[in-house]
Design a protein around this ligand. Sequence first.
Ligand code: TRP
Length: 340
Amino acid sequence: MTKKVLLTGDRPSGQLHLGHYVGSLKNRLALQNSGDYTCYVLIADVQALTDNFATPQKVRESVYEVALDYLAVGLDPALTTIAIQSQIPAIAELTIFYLNLVSLARVERNPTVKAELTTKNFGAGVPCGFVIYPVSQAADITFCKAHVVPVGVDQLPMLEQTREIVRSFNSYYGEVLVEPEAMLAEDEQSRRLPGTDGNDNKMSKSLGNAIYLADSAEVLWEKVRSMYTDPQHLRVEDPGHIEGNTVFTYLDVFDPDKAEVARLKEHYQRGGLGDIKVKKYLFEVLEAELAPIRQRREEYMQDLGYVRQVLEEGTRKANEVAAETLNAVKTAMHINYFES
Ligand code: TRP
């Protein structure tokens, strides 16, 4: 039986945080370890450059930060091919071909791109590369003919766009590409983990409400200590609300001891349970999950030569597969002039 193909990616624009972890990384790990998939993970530096073109050094450093995060959470280079987008020229070529299959109006309708346009400050104007990054993402997903793409909800429009491109390509040129499916985290709260400020839109670096996988225990405690709870819960004896209370949302997501979470919720709602107590408990829960990740991350940091080797080898493997797909694409498009 040939295995199904899984691909996903991240923009290297900083370190990965808990939102990435529960929204997508955990799914990738489970699928990687299931043995049922051929797995690819792409560090999408070309995409990161669409809005960080003025600071390429930051993108370059983030490639390593993200790679360290991957290895620290348990992505295994023997099971998952980790590759750098810019070093796979076939992706750029596929992007150019796909651009003919997408109307200008269609790229402008993408809700995630629209939302990003309002938060990013493109002083001198919106770069073309930014508006069309969903098309380049279709090339990311199709170079290895991925079936499954574990992502956060904000990426659903990219998957829809990719599926449209695949259908269009296959109908003009013949069945070459594979229509991918998104895979979301199981529960609603993990799909869109709120930030520490209670912003339930999402945790993000630009909003300054993120807990990073690489955060030290001290920084973690500082972030948990100042987390958004119930603004009406002023005195310990008062009854508190758990709805929209980020500390309890995180406990739901991270604490395996559901009975204890239920007990804490009941006590909090009844009154007599202080915020600081719950926060200390949450800190312990998070620390239990993050301490081993942090530890492994530090070990890999001591061995950047190994990390580089992983990236180089992964990129080499990805290039092999990408070249095959590109060949099939060019043949289907009748632009294989020099093939015998
Ligand atoms: N756009 C994704 C993000 O912002 C990153 C990404 C790039 C990606 N290429 C991809 C995700 C391919 C899934 C598949 O998080």
